[in-house]
Design a binder for this molecule. Structure first.
Ligand code: NAD
Length: 418
């Protein structure tokens, strides 16, 4: 699908909220307040290129809602980034921190750029330039960024260093997803996928089955998708038949070996042309005959145009916003069990929160401690969402919204903001 044909993600996010507000009979002023971001920054970042020329980049940081705590959310470097994408992602962060009940609000940032075209030193200067532009408005008690699409622990390290230069003291809690050596948390890099697999395991139990032996297709082979492949095929004995990245996908009826596919991607830059597998398109991957479909790339990929061809029985949304509201209704009518993004991919922000707690106390946990606490947060959140969805005869996304919107609305009301 062309970028210009993708649905507007912020309109999607507002429509999802409206549905929940109607069921909750939310006070109109609270509803109006929650439909818009509380604060947003639009910044211009000059970048000196390696050849001496200058380029000007556009950046955003949206602090959607801070009633329950400091804004929290990643920074995306992508050429198709728009302020509406950032607004939507910041809104979903607000509902995500609320559904897993951690004391944070929602935010998100982005720079309109193609990081694949930048040299490492240009990428470093752009990362530092972005944080200089927004640095006066972030901080451990204000707004805490993290990695997202095409941003890495190295980029977080540059941003932390630049921020600490500005404030002239150590402040590791200003950013999460940092390398371990700079105050990162054990388990952070795999946490988004790990949390998703915990939720998927609980859902399978609820549906009277188990993940072992099931088939899976994963769209996107970055942080979220690649770790999902490793954990699902290793620990859960799920057969991953297809994976993809921005260049396209691969399929093998026998299943794809994680170590071999990730080594092939590392060597060639893509999963395409993996020996022994067939090349497929990203669109074909979404409609494969598998038990579990895991969108783990970008938003707006399951739409009214392809939802009725989805054959998976469970859709586990590791990506943010992969399913449009029209597609949601089609999947629900078909009996597809959708694990909504802001529940399914919340493992990342949960361990980011653990990272902030460890930074604040300057005391670091073992991988086992992180794993146990993540397990507890994710299973509690899944149980609550499933129970809410059953009680109101709605899909899991609406169930999750009902929980989150109530929590955020209550904090907004108690503060007297609406
Ligand atoms: P990443 O940059 O590590 O990887 C992105 C992957 O998507 C890459 O493999 C890329 O090739 C692929 N991709 C890009 N455009 C594509 C397209 N048009 N079709 C198919 N694949 C495409 O990013 P990530 O951190 O894995 O994030 C992926 C999704 O997960 C995003 O929606 C992100 O918001 C969400 N998410 C990430 C985290 C996290 O902690 N990293 C947490 C929560 C949600």
């Amino acid at each position: 699908m062309l970028e210009s044909q993708r649905p507007n993600p912020f309109a999607m996010a507002q429509e999802q909220l409206d549905q929940a507000a109607a069921i909750l009979q939310l006070d109109p002023s609270l509803h109006t307040f929650l439909r818009e971001p509380m604060r947003e920054m639009h910044v211009t970042i000059p970048l000196r290129m390696d050849d001496g020329s200058m380029r000007i980049y556009r950046g955003y940081r949206v602090q959607y809602n801070t009633a329950r705590g400091p804004a929290k959310g990643g920074i995306r470097f992508h050429s198709a980034e728009t302020v509406d994408t950032v607004r939507a992602l910041a809104a979903w962060m607000t509902w995500k921190t609320a559904v897993v009940d951690i004391p944070l609000g929602g935010g998100k940032g982005g720079v309109v750029c193609n990081p694949k075209e930048l040299s490492p030193s240009e990428l470093e200067r752009l990362s530092r330039g972005y944080i200089r532009a927004i640095g006066g408005f972030v901080g451990p008690e204000i707004d805490v960024p993290a990695p997202d699409v095409y941003t890495t622990p190295q980029i977080m390290a540059w941003m932390l260093d630049e921020y600490e230069n500005m404030v002239r003291h150590h402040a590791p809690g200003v950013i999460t997803g940092k390398p371990l050596i700079m105050g990162g948390s054990q388990g952070r890099f795999e946490s988004t996928a790990r949390g998703g697999i915990i939720v998927l395991r609980e859902a399978a139990k609820q549906l009277g089955t188990a993940l072992c032996g099931k088939t899976m297709a994963i769209q996107g082979y970055g942080n979220a998708g690649q770790h999902a492949h490793r954990i699902a095929s290793g620990e859960c004995e799920t057969r991953v038949l297809a994976v993809s990245d921005s260049k396209g996908g691969i399929y093998s009826a026998r299943g794809l070996d994680y170590a071999a596919v990730s080594a092939h991607k590392a060597a060639t830059g893509s999963v395409r042309d993996f020996p022994g597998a067939d090349n497929i398109t990203n669109e074909e991957l979404l409609t494969l005959d598998v038990d579990v479909l895991v969108p783990a790339a970008l938003e707006g990929v399951i739409t009214k145009a392809n939802a009725d061809q989805v054959k998976a029985k469970i859709v586990a949304e590791l990506a943010n916003g992969p399913t449009t509201p029209e597609a949601d209704a089609i999947l629900f009518d078909k009996g597809v069990y959708v694990l909504p993004d802001f529940l399914c991919n919340a493992g990342g922000v949960v361990v980011s929160y653990f990272e902030m707690v460890q930074n604040a106390s300057a005391y670091y946990w073992t991988p086992e401690e992180v794993g146990q606490r993540l397990e507890a947060k994710m299973t509690t959140a899944y149980d609550a969402v499933h129970e809410m969805a059953q009680r109101h005869h709605v899909n899991n996304r609406v169930g999750a919204y009902l929980i989150s919107v109530q929590r955020v609305a209550e904090a907004v009301r108690m503060r007297g903001w609406a």
